[in-house]
Design a protein around this ligand. Structure first.
Ligand code: GAR
Length: 201
């Protein structure tokens, strides 16, 4: 069975979307924050979880090997000495990189007035929100779109695209732009048949 480590520091909604989507993958949740809500989600999803400081990660990833390490709201720069122990490590970022790196990327894009933003999944390097791009998905900002609506749309897109990209990487398949929504337009948050979750949505 493939092994996936998901690292997060906060709310963990992407962790939950990934965990619900993937079948027959051994997942472990790792957080650097003992009070992060991602750990509660791991508990109710019955997924093993660990709290590790960044310093403890070097030893942990030297001794425990994964097919893929996926960052999902992990808000730390990972230095090269740890990255080299992790194997392949990818990150999700809520903008079309290289635009709007760092914190509050959705707000940065909205306030800048861009008409298209979106999400990026990329390889992790020790430089913030850099590394070769694996997948991107656009979100159009209409003139009448309120900030809250943009934020909600970005998260909905993340919850649908990131699990599909992770599945493809674990299976050694090419990631194409065509990872996509069903007829529901993504409203199901990844649960309907066409988006992959198996319910009627
Ligand atoms: C997501 O929107 C993700 O794109 C962003 O943090 C959020 C985590 O949400 N990541 C970054 O900004 C990385 N630079 P979650 O904890 O609910 O999955």
């Amino acid at each position: 069975m493939k092994k996936l480590a998901i690292l997060g520091s906060g709310f963990g909604s992407n962790f939950e979307a990934i965990a619900r989507y993937l079948k027959d993958v051994e997942i472990i949740c790792i957080s650097d924050k003992p009070d992060a809500y991602i750990l509660k989600r791991a508990e109710y999803l019955n997924i093993p979880a660990l709290v590790l400081t960044l310093d403890e990660m070097e030893k942990y990833f030297s001794e425990n090997k994964f097919d893929l390490v996926a960052l999902a709201g992990f808000m730390r720069i990972i230095p090269e000495n740890i990255l080299s122990k992790m194997g392949r490590c990818i990150n999700l970022h809520p903008s079309i990189l290289p635009a709007f790196k760092g914190k509050d990327a959705i707000k940065q894009a909205y306030l800048y007035g861009v008409k298209v933003t979106g999400i990026t999944i990329h390889e992790v390097t020790p430089v913030l929100d850099s590394g070769r791009i694996i997948a991107q998905y656009p979100v159009i900002i209409n003139d009448s779109m309120h900030y809250d609506e943009l934020e909600e749309t970005i998260h909905r897109v993340e919850h649908i695209i990131y699990p599909q990209v992770i599945e493809k990487l674990l299976n050694g398949e090419a990631v194409e732009f065509g990872v996509s929504f069903g007829n529901c337009g993504g409203k199901c948050e990844g649960k309907c048949k066409e988006c992959g979750g198996g319910c009627e949505g």
